[in-house]
Design a protein around this ligand. Structure first.
Ligand code: FES
Ligand SMILES: [Fe+2]
Length: 394
């Protein structure tokens, strides 16, 4: 249970709020690169409560600027792009990706007014088919090169889910809540036959980038060996996961990135990667993407989809869960730990220091292998890691 003040501390995302300032220290995806096309090179996006537009100009350069034009606040979402930058649809003021005003067509020749205009603009970088933005102070950290974003031997694709009508912390608490797996998802696909055969133990292991959620499935009455799965929560907004692919013939690795849109909405991007000997993907190339609709209307969830089952649980907890009313038990250890880390990291930023997981050395960012395992679906620990994991566990 939290106090009302603690609940607000951990859920607010706006600029100037303690948690909003922490979240601004990390890169967040604002769109799939494939969403910006020649026909539609501009999209409005809201992130951390800020109304912005992401665009691709005619030279293929991406930009992210404030949605409302500094002249008289019309929306740049209806603007146009040319060789450099984005132009407002109302009176044609034009901005580059640093927020510099390049033209003001109605001002007299030689006017220096434009030099005194600085529009909101944030740096963007593309990786693994997503456009990531950084809304925090300089010097910005490196954009983490998570394995799923940069692996090449296999097939990569992106799913952008319909916006979830709840605060970002609910999906993230779910990422350290292994007890929900069989109850919420137990009737679906590969999980079903396992429901009655296993008891579970849960452990939460802090590591450089967040919390590893380890589940040991203990076969009941068969004498079979215990099976591990271990899925890291990458602080603060991402779950690294693996699931079976095509009836268990392969493994679908994925990142589930939960972007805080504002206090009451969350946008989930999923980046999937299936290893393959015949297919190749480049981290830089445009990656296929599709949209996924989690519900047909209010409270009308597609309960056959695992992701819709989760979003049902998160939304029905309340738009911002009232944590003054909850009753946490021993099975909620991961949630308690995540809240503790979140609070600590807020304080670290308030003290002017780098929070957890900041990468500033390019040598350490070639590729970040997360060594996800799930022995229940046949993805075993590499031999080299077995010793380490025993050491961590003991
Ligand atoms: S409102 Fe944008 S140019 Fe006038
Ligand atoms: Fe789930």
């Amino acid at each position: 249970m939290l106090t009302r003040e603690e609940n607000e501390l951990l859920t607010r995302v706006g600029r100037g709020t303690p948690c909003g300032e922490l979240l601004r220290r990390y890169w967040h995806p604002v769109a799939a690169a494939g969403e910006l096309t020649e026909q539609q090179p501009i999209r409005p996006v809201k992130i951390l409560g800020e109304e912005l537009v992401v665009y691709c100009d005619k030279q293929g350069k991406y930009g992210l600027v404030g949605e409302h034009c500094p002249h008289r606040l019309a929306s740049l979402a209806y603007g146009r792009v040319d060789d450099e930058g984005i132009r407002c649809p109302y009176h044609g003021w034009k901005y580059d990706s640093t927020g510099k005003c390049l033209e003001q067509p109605a001002e007299p020749a030689g006017s220096t007014f434009k030099d005194r205009i600085k529009h909101v603009a944030y740096p963007v970088e593309t990786l693994g088919g997503l456009i990531f933005a950084y809304l925090g102070p300089e010097p910005k950290p490196l954009l983490p090169r998570w394995d799923v974003l940069v692996w090449e031997n296999g097939k990569r694709w992106i799913v952008k889910e319909s916006i979830i009508d709840c605060n970002w912390l609910q999906p993230m608490e779910n990422s350290v809540d292994p007890a929900h797996l069989f109850w919420l998802h137990g009737d679906t696909a590969h999980l079903a036959p396992r429901v009655k055969k296993y008891a579970e133990q849960h452990e939460f292991i802090l590591f450089e980038f967040g919390i590893k959620k380890r589940r040991t499935s203990l076969p009941v009455g068969t004498g079979d060996a215990p099976l591990l799965d271990e899925h890291p929560l990458l602080f603060p907004t991402t779950l690294r996961h693996v699931a079976p692919y095509e009836d268990g013939k392969g493994h679908r690795h994925n990142l589930q990135i939960r972007v805080p849109v504002d206090e009451t909405h969350t946008q989930v991007f999923r980046v999937n990667f299936v290893p393959s000997d015949v297919e190749k993907s480049s981290a830089e190339a445009q990656v296929p993407f599709r949209y996924s609709q989690l519900k047909k209307g209010p409270r009308d969830y597609n309960m056959r989809m695992v992701s819709a089952q989760d979003s049902m649980a998160w939304e029905t907890q309340g738009v911002v869960t009232d944590r003054t009313q909850e009753r946490l038990g021993a099975g909620d250890e991961g949630i308690i730990l995540f809240r503790k880390i979140l609070k600590q990291q807020i304080e670290i930023v308030q003290n002017g220091l780098d929070p957890m997981g900041m990468i500033r050395d390019p040598e350490k960012n070639q590729i970040i292998e997360l060594n996800v395992i799930n022995e229940r679906i046949g993805l075993y620990r590499p031999q080299s890691l077995r010793q380490d994991q025993r050491a961590i566990a003991s």
